[in-house]
Design a protein around this ligand. Structure first.
Ligand code: NG1
Length: 661
């Protein structure tokens, strides 16, 4: 376990691949602008957590087995301004028309800070879950207030983990916002935050495993993550083999939305109960003691079984070979215990309880924390899937890690990995019943169109597929899916909309907090100033005057936003054409400033901008030049004002400064 905390970043280009960066910059910048419009101030930071695509290992995290997802570039952002005086929380969505805002005053710690009703499927539940989970961990009495604006690009209900990206982002944002109250203590590590996020998401009502949150928080750049849950959470980066052409993964959304929280009683949570029941009954059959709490998952059953029989691996076997041997044996045990006529095709709840040697009430108390509905419980098919799927995860990882040493060709690597993905899809379809017609259609089409393997990703029952495609074949592959699937089922989608529905994603890195400089920080400053002008000055600004030299960095951008002209004030001799000149006093002597003679027309309204005001000498020089041209100074605006030098006193118009020092 590492002590690393969530990284603070100053540059978002490390989060996105080249083709996605430009779009991301635009999105981050408009988040800052919208934030300022909404709250009248710039955010103090922006928290970011990515979605994920699970490459292999479906529905086995909650059985305690390792999975192999990769973080994607689509993500959740929460821009936050901290209020140190008032604990109120406001959370809005950049798609406010679809997702209404929420405002709440946190309750005392012993009342859980904020109410979350899992039956009310509202988007803010995911924020509240992360907020509550983190505060419960920190046990803060009077939290700092948070003004939040969320922007998400992970499609909802597509199996790409939009929910966890949001919960993780909320945990991350809440921690950063409360940092000042930690009284010098270090907050939770990234590893601890992943565990807090896993716990937090359960407030939303799903009995989730933990893969999504671990990946969203702990993913490392340029690799997939092998995530183990037992005995402790452990994330190991797995690099892809360096083949020519490289491996690429194409995500294609079926556009059948499966909201995990809404369908949980008959799908996701039901599967959790089935696998828990299977673990208990297998343990009983194998003579493995069951803890009082009843808590035992299939991975613990496997470990306990091989401990019990005193398993020792044959000399020279690799870890992967040993795991595969054990998983194969568990598959045989499943056949023996559950492959009977009585159990194989599913059992009623009464039978499930009888096999578990529990009353209905006891079974419910131990294993059903959230409502479920089912006529039959499938112990055989679920358990068979779990052990088989974990075997594929082990093989997939082993192939990635050993391909180079074995000098395998690209063709061999693609075929090996692809075959495992196809087998996973078959098992999800046949044994775990979490596929659907559209996923079948899309994965079959993908294989026909050049994918080496294709499978559903995430919880299933709709949502996205993931296909393994050689990188050089990606454009053609995507074009075929568009033609054969999307044009057929969704002819209404524009080319631009399709970009977000079928795309290749590079592996992204995990959660981060942006506190930084260019270019989003510039955006924050510009937005703040423009908003200040628009809300406090009721005259139309005709000209923005920027002072040599840092006024040139901000002035033109502000002028563009205001639809005004920009006029520079420069040191003598630099400007072309006819100029006017003044001498002005600086702290260290006299200097000369110039403006172009036609840059301001008589009577025009002017704003003067510079980075810093000290004694006010330069600004007074500019004031004189503007007066000569008969301009009307509405305001002087500075980023920083050194108040004790009283520069303001030499200026004849109001002064606004963002930071006073
Ligand atoms: P998605 O695809 O986000 O619904 C869910 C679970 C995972 C895992 C997969 C199936 C949550 C938050 N996520 O993912 O833990 O069990 O299904 O492999 O519950």
């Amino acid at each position: 376990m590492t002590q690393a905390t969530i990284p603070l970043i100053e540059d978002i280009s490390i989060l996105y691949s080249e083709p996605k960066l430009k779009g991301a910059q635009t999105r981050w910048a408009s988040l800052v602008r919208d934030f300022e419009q909404l709250y009248g101030r710039v955010p103090d930071f922006i928290a970011r957590s990515p979605g994920r695509v699970n490459l292999i290992g479906e529905h086995i995290d909650y059985a305690g087995f390792g999975v192999l997802p990769m973080a994607i570039e689509d993500d959740c952002l929460i821009a936050v301004a901290i209020d140190h005086n008032d604990s109120t929380v406001k959370i809005s969505n950049s798609n406010g028309a679809k997702y209404p805002a929420l405002k709440f005053v946190p309750k005392p710690a012993d009342q859980g800070y904020v109410d979350i009703d899992p039956q009310a499927h509202v988007w803010t539940n995911y924020f509240a879950a992360g907020y509550r989970g983190l505060l419960e961990d920190l046990q803060i009495e009077k939290p700092n207030g948070m003004l939040c604006l969320m922007s998400g690009t992970v499609p909802a209900g597509a199996g790409l983990s939009s929910s966890s990206a949001f919960v993780c982002c909320s945990v991350n944002a809440t921690l950063k916002a409360q940092e000042s109250l930690l009284a010098g203590k270090t907050g939770p590590t990234a590893h601890e935050l992943a565990i807090i996020s896993i716990r937090s998401e359960r407030y939303v009502g799903t009995m989730g495993g933990g893969m999504d949150q671990a990946c969203s928080i702990l993913a490392k750049p340029n690799s997939a993550c092998f995530i183990e849950f037992h005995p402790v959470l452990k994330v190991t980066p797995v690099a892809f083999p360096t083949t020519i052409p490289p491996v690429a993964f194409v995500i294609a959304d079926t556009l059948v939305t499966s909201d995990k929280a809404v369908t949980a009683p008959v799908r996701y949570n039901l599967r959790v109960v089935e696998t828990r029941g299977a673990a208990r009954i297998l343990a009983m059959a194998l003579g493995i003691p069951i803890p009082e709490s009843g808590k035992l998952h299939l991975k613990q059953v496997l470990d306990a079984h091989f401990d019990k029989i005193g398993f020792t691996a044959a000399a020279g076997k690799t870890e992967a070979e040993i795991d595969i041997e054990k998983l194969t044996e568990m598959g045989q045990i499943v056949e023996r215990v559950f492959g009977t006529e009585e159990i194989k095709d599913g059992v009623t709840f009464e039978k499930l309880c009888e096999l578990s040697q529990l009353s209905g009430d006891e079974f419910t108390r131990l294993y059903i924390q959230q409502p479920i509905r089912a006529e039959r419980f499938h112990l055989y098919r679920r358990a068979k899937h779990v052990f088989g799927e974990e075997k594929r995860v082990v093989e997939f990882r082993d192939t990635c890690e050993k391909a180079e040493a074995k000098k395998q060709t690209a063709e061999t690597v693609f075929s090996l990995l692809g075959r495992l993905m196809d087998a996973s899809q078959e098992s999800c379809h046949e044994l775990f019943d979490c596929s659907c017609d559209q996923l079948e259609e899309l994965t079959q089409l993908a294989r026909r169109s050049g994918a080496y393997g294709s499978r559903l990703t995430g919880a299933g029952w709709g949502g996205a597929s993931v296909s393994l495609v050689p990188e050089d074949k990606v454009p053609g592959f995507i074009a075929t899916l568009k033609k054969e699937y999307y044009n057929k089922h969704h002819p209404e989608l524009t080319e631009e909309e399709l970009e977000n529905v079928v795309f290749a994603s590079a592996p992204s890195s995990g959660a981060a907090t942006f506190v930084g400089r260019d270019p989003i920080a510039v955006e924050m400053v510009i937005t703040h100033i423009v908003n200040h002008i628009n809300t406090t000055i009721d005259k139309k600004v005709d000209v923005v005057v920027g002072l040599d030299a840092r006024g040139f960095l901000f002035g033109p951008l502000i002028a563009m936003r205001l639809g005004a002209a920009f006029a520079p004030v420069r040191k003598a001799g630099k400007l072309p054409g006819a100029t006017i000149q003044v001498a002005y006093e600086k702290e260290y002597g006299t200097d000369k400033f110039e403006m172009q003679a036609d840059s301001i027309k008589p009577g025009q309204n002017v704003i003067v901008i510079d980075d810093l005001i000290a004694t006010g000498g330069s600004a007074a020089g500019a004031q004189e030049l503007i007066q000569k041209l008969q301009g009307n100074v509405l305001e002087f605006i500075f980023l920083i004002e050194l108040e004790f030098l009283k520069g303001k006193d030499v200026l004849k118009a109001p002064v606004y400064s963002m930071i006073k020092a």
